[in-house]
Design a binder for this molecule. Structure first.
Ligand code: S3P
Length: 170
């Protein structure tokens, strides 16, 4: 089984699903945001504020370049914007099975309104603005996300998603 790479909008459940999947498959789990924070010794919010979004996109690109040459398999959850910059969706597709966790705008908004704390792109938005922002950004990003090898098309429970991705026992 090759690497599994979870992509999708903020709030689509990449980290939650990725951690459980890695646990059940006995593989290491990598979350690109956490890895960048660890390597830089700064929070994502600080990186955006002090160095700007474009610098953050460069850090994402470098991290994927270093992960793409690793021998060991892993499950990886990538930041919501990562596949949409620097042609990285193609690199991710070469690295393993990309899985797009596709969620309706209403569900994303519901989750993100509860938890926008460490997401600099959302920090100044009220609930109404948040829905508009998600709709607009998703329109831009969907063309990249849809290039994933597997698209999981609705708001399934985490367990249902896991069942569909885990290798079937014979
Ligand atoms: C971003 C998503 C975030 C994080 C950064 C930018 C985006 O990751 O990389 O705040 O551009 O959608 P999550 O999708 O894990 O929240």
């Amino acid at each position: 089984m090759p690497n599994i790479i979870l992509i999708g909008f903020m709030g689509s459940g990449k980290t939650t699903i990725g951690e459980r999947l890695a646990d059940r498959m006995g593989l290491p789990f990598i979350d690109t945001d956490h890895e960048i924070e660890r390597l830089k010794g700064m929070s994502i919010d600080q990186i955006f504020k002090e160095e700007g979004e474009m610098n953050f996109r460069e850090l994402e690109k470098k991290l994927i370049a270093s992960l793409s040459v690793r021998d060991q398999d892993f499950v990886i959850a990538v930041g919501g914007g990562l596949p949409c910059y620097n042609g990285l969706i193609h690199t991710l597709n070469q690295m393993g099975t990309t899985v797009y966790l596709k969620c309706p705008v209403s569900l994303l908004a519901e989750r993100l309104v509860m938890d926008s704390t460490d997401r600099p792109l959302l920090s100044n938005l009220d609930k109404e603005q948040l829905v508009g922002y998600i709709e607009e950004k998703l329109k831009e990003r969907e063309a990249f996300y849809e290039q994933a090898k597997v698209v999981i098309c609705d708001d399934w429970s985490a367990n249902a998603i896991l069942r569909s991705l885990l290798p079937q026992k014979s």
